[in-house]
Write a protein of this length. Sequence first.
Length: 491
Amino acid sequence: MTTLSYLLTASLYLLLFYGCYALLLRRNTFFGLNRAYLLASVLLSLTLPLIELPGGAANSLPVGTITLPSFSVGNSQPAQADGLSIIQWVWLLYGGGVVLMLIRLGMQLRAVFQLIRRGDTERMDAFTLIQLPDNTTPSFSFGRYLVLNQTDSLTKPDALIRHEAAHIRQMHTADVIFLEVIQAFFWFNPALWLYKRALQEVHEFLADRAAVHQTTDTEETISCANTQPTYARQLVAYALDVPLTALTTPFVSKSTLKQRIVMLQKPPTPRRALLGYALALPLAALLVMCTQPDQTIIESAVATKQNAARTPANVEGEIFTVVEQQPEFKGGMAKLGQYLQSSLKYPAAAQKANVQGRVFVNFIVDKTGEVSDVKILKGLGFGIDEEAIRVVQNMPRWKPAMQSGRVVNVRFNLPINFELDDNDQPNAKTRLAPPPPPPVPANDASALKDVKNFMINGKVVTKEDVTALSPNKIARVDVNKASGTIAITTK
């Protein structure tokens, strides 16, 4: 998965998880669960796009097929000479946004600590009390600091102290800073702004609940029912029309005041509403399945088709996988690599989308040396699959394979690595892969079903040793059909 696709997929997860919260959970009085859901859904949105379901190219390769060494093909198209490409402009814009958001966060933290340093410090058991010399800023809490303006320093309102102490005790500042950092990297996604607003709203509900239920020594006989309306009147009386610092937690915010009073008076949500949180699990599973690469579906469909029809109609005779003399591209593997480099053209759509990866092409070299039955086992899309098929179909004749003195058909897998150059320059040429080793049987036990004896560098080994051997380590393969022996020489 490319970085761009990861950012877009994670953004989709954030939008869907927040939509679930807004529709099903926002009005619940399970404030602790709402806080946990908001934080956990952000973490899941960042990690779920990295999960890949089991299954890959190896599972879709046909049984008993010879796999050729892989070839790397670069971008043979001239780079744009008139400036940055579209994808480069996108990354430049994204990087600029991240830098600005991080600078903004740093300036906000600096402003808060400058404000804290202005006041007189008094260390308490649960927090550090800061008393400011003026009333230019409303009282707030940040981390372990409870900051009171001049008026509140003189009166020390009990409701305010209990409310802000609850913020400090429950570490709400850590939640806000965590979201600010994530928001810096996903500044283009409006869901993070909604997440932050929703989380700060839940923080206020939690602190209000703690302030209402936390009684002082002189209020131990006061019931919660009598305390709620008194606390609500204190909220209204304290409402101030003063700009607030983004990272701090003030005692009263007019934007959430009405909702806080409503939640104070709202009866507890029935327990059956807990099912709404359980819906997040199947939602996450569905998102993982929906955002898996399309190649998994392509591979399964191709594998099913191949199993249903093993022998193409246009190929006469048996198709071999282990032969005494392998087919040979005229000029050898080095010439095959040069042919691919000169013939393959990186599709424009794949360049714009920055698509890179490995394509597996399956084909047959028949008795006449012609290439036929070309198909894609694992594709990338964006025109790459069609280009790989075109070039393989147009290959010149191979020298046919020989088995017991007669020509035979042989099936191959050809892996091709499509790689974009990091530094595109005008008239840049493709990178030529080094000469690969000769073709060897695929790492599949059924490909060696007719072989009884196995040797590596003159030493008798087991079939498992042969199948576990990497093709890149093999220099020569000799097959004796009569005795059922395969002898491998390593580099």
